[in-house]
Design a protein around this ligand. Sequence first.
Ligand code: NG6
Ligand code: CA
Length: 505
Amino acid sequence: MGIFFGFGLFLTQLATQQAFPKSPPNIIVILADDIGYGDLGCYGATRVKTPNLDRLANTGLRFTDGHSASSTCTPTRYALLTGQYPWRKQGTGILPGDAPLIIEPGRHTMPSLLQKAGYETACVGKWHLGLGNGSIDWNKPITPGPKEIGFDYSFIIPATGDRTPCVYVENGKVAGLDPNDPIEVSYKQKVGNDPTGRENPDLLKMKLTQGHDMTIVNGISRIGYMSGGKSARWIDEDMADTITQKAVQFIEKKREKPFFLYFATHDIHVPRVPHKRFVGTSECGTRGDAIHQLDWSVGEVMKILEAKGLTKNTLVIFSSDNGPVLDDGYADGAVKDLNGHKPAGALRGGKYSLYEGGHRVPFIANWQGTIQPGVSSALICQMDLLASLNSLTGHKLPEGAGPDSFDLSTALTGKSAKGRTHLVSHTRETGIRMGDWKFIPGTSLGGFKKGKASKGKDSTKDELYNLVDDLGEAKNIAEENPGKTRELKNIMEKILSKPSSKEFN
Ligand code: NG6
Ligand code: CA
């Protein structure tokens, strides 16, 4: 009896230890920008070299069915931090640089939950979730922002590299601002006297293919106007160095608590202007060079973890906010220099698309000594991290937190092969993945632009694909499978009509 009891207790302890480690790990979520499923060596790329990311994958768990919640940036990041599908809320599309904050302060978010679990939290890099309440004065403390939704420290690119204001904001203040040279930003009309891409294309170091013809900063014209703040303006070529250094500094800070770092790289979003030490290093031009720079940034994070002996108590997750895009508005040679590289691997579509290429992205979890190296085919979405990370800290998710975030902590740590049963895919419209099947409604354009295979859907018919037989979504089998088509359509509509999708998993 005693022996059995003792053995039972031992098993229970083992199980408890496996699910919830004695001390909660440090957590780093690295979210790259516009990196496609085929852009890394560990996902099959050969024309670019990503030794650091490959090492992260080889000593961790590489997911083959990991997704962003949307195929553009803002909605994906909104879902990542709130655990809620972006289409449940109006105004979560790609934001201008002067948009108000779209996550309500006081709401449960990934960082606020981790703060409650005792973590020191930080956000470094691309934000793109809005700031302030409507009319930001960039010369005063900017609030609400990262702090009000759970980040103790922040050093951010307010929107994107191609949107004004082209300055970093550290803990709610424009970094390096000279009060005698105030910043003004507008998305409506020109402010100040800085030249614009439209008026002075001769001044540009990179030509435009679409949009991006407003204020010129560092020889590159942007979306949006700005004036002033000269001493605070970023230099694109130094951006990876600047934000990586901030990320590393946060990691190496002495502290008693565990830490959570959300490191959102600018690479490889446009404008792609990597530092000169990466220029010409890849076999596919500037876009490939930017991938090399991204790999370097990840390597710096890994290096400091190794140097500090933190790899065994740090969970590092790497993913991308949406699929790949080649020409995204600047003539940087991404199309002509491709040289056989396949940014989305075998997938159809890319950024902006409902097809797999839009949102199935690299997804790696590394926690040495706890996660066994391997490959997982579990269906998982970045939106699930909120519940899964919270669960790893040993805490229960409060009522109403992360209504679409599933606790997949066992899949994330490789202890189970079971992921989601379904996932609503999103660009401006929605489709659904269920088991082996994928449905895209006929009413949708499948992306922003009709007719461009790389961006959107080219027919107005319902589409159904079996991803096991046809990962490239080449053969629409909706007509041959009316029952399956209807089933997926119905479940998608049900999920769309409820405030949470938890009952469906
Ligand atoms: C588009 C921009 C594109 C990029 C994207 C946002 C044009 C013509 N295109 O509107 O360059 O900035 O928005 O990308 O302006 S994301 O990764 O942040 O979602
Ligand atoms: Ca993006």
